[in-house]
Ligand binder design. Structure first.
Ligand SMILES: [Zn+2]
Length: 262
């Protein structure tokens, strides 16, 4: 897609795990009220029946607005200090097993009502992770992309050479098909959080700063992804509501991963 195309925005909410709490419910309600699609990225090994049932009934009631996608396997939950689940020195077979176990759980919980979209916890991966994802039949990888001059040069070079990594950095193919694999990359480029300060606390960007990130991304892509983590946003729901209203009033349209699958 060319940057001259009408810009569209998608929202991805990571770390849907064991708790059905105020932040998860209230954030979702904001999106439903404004009829804006939201993708919930589920940790298959950590989600509880309570959250599964809530998501299933949401998907039944709002099939176009709610996407359910896979966020790793267990988010390396047993080692919270190590900010990595996939990548590093993990080999293909080991990662394939975890991705497949997660996928099997997703089918068990949601049958056909989830989308074959994968997001890596902490955004870390290696070539073995990508091969495993492709072999498990995922259609979209959603990671992160920056549009700084340095990042654009790295991505341009890496894509031209068909590489997964260049200068030790991952090459982002957003928004397009990854060389050598059977999936596309549709990545997020806007974050609400400046800095994570605790399990549920984080410094947030203000509305102007978030709009600035969106405008900066708009110069380089017509598919702008905004990343959320509901558990941090309990005190920022008013700002998120303002953001959604502002984006709607300024002519952006909103899409789900399902609509971006090609
Ligand atoms: Zn995560």
């Amino acid at each position: 897609m060319k940057v001259s195309d009408r810009p569209v925005i998608f929202f991805r909410n990571d770390d849907v795990r064991e708790r059905l709490d105020y932040t998860l419910i209230s954030l979702t309600e904001l999106f439903l009220k404004q009829q804006i699609p939201l993708a919930h990225a589920v940790e298959p090994a950590n989600i509880t029946p309570e959250v599964v049932n809530w998501l299933k009934s949401l998907k039944t009631d709002y099939p176009r607005l709610i996407d359910i996608v896979q966020h790793g396997y267990n988010h390396n939950a047993e080692n919270p200090g190590i900010k990595m689940e996939f990548g590093g020195s993990r080999n293909y077979a080991d990662q394939y097993n975890d991705i497949l176990k997660g996928k099997d759980l997703m089918y068990e919980y949601f049958s056909e009502h989830w989308s074959p979209v994968f997001t890596f916890p902490y955004g870390t991966y290696n070539s073995g992770s990508l091969r495993a994802l492709s072999d498990c039949g995922f259609k979209i990888l959603s990671s992160k992309i920056k549009f700084t001059m340095k990042a654009r040069l790295k991505n341009f070079l890496g894509r031209s050479l068909g590489k997964d990594f260049i200068f030790g950095k991952s090459v982002n193919y957003h928004p397009g098909v990854r060389s050598n694999y059977n999936f596309s990359e549709i990545s997020v480029s806007v974050n609400l959080i400046r800095k994570y300060t605790g399990y549920e606390t984080a410094d947030h960007y203000n509305l102007q700063e978030i709009l600035y990130q969106i405008e900066a991304a708009r110069k380089h892509t017509s598919i702008i992804g905004i990343l959320m983590h509901h558990r941090f946003h309990g005190n920022h729901l008013d700002m998120i509501q303002e953001l959604l209203t502002h984006l709607r009033n300024t002519g952006y349209s909103f899409v789900s991963f399902s609509e971006l699958m090609y």
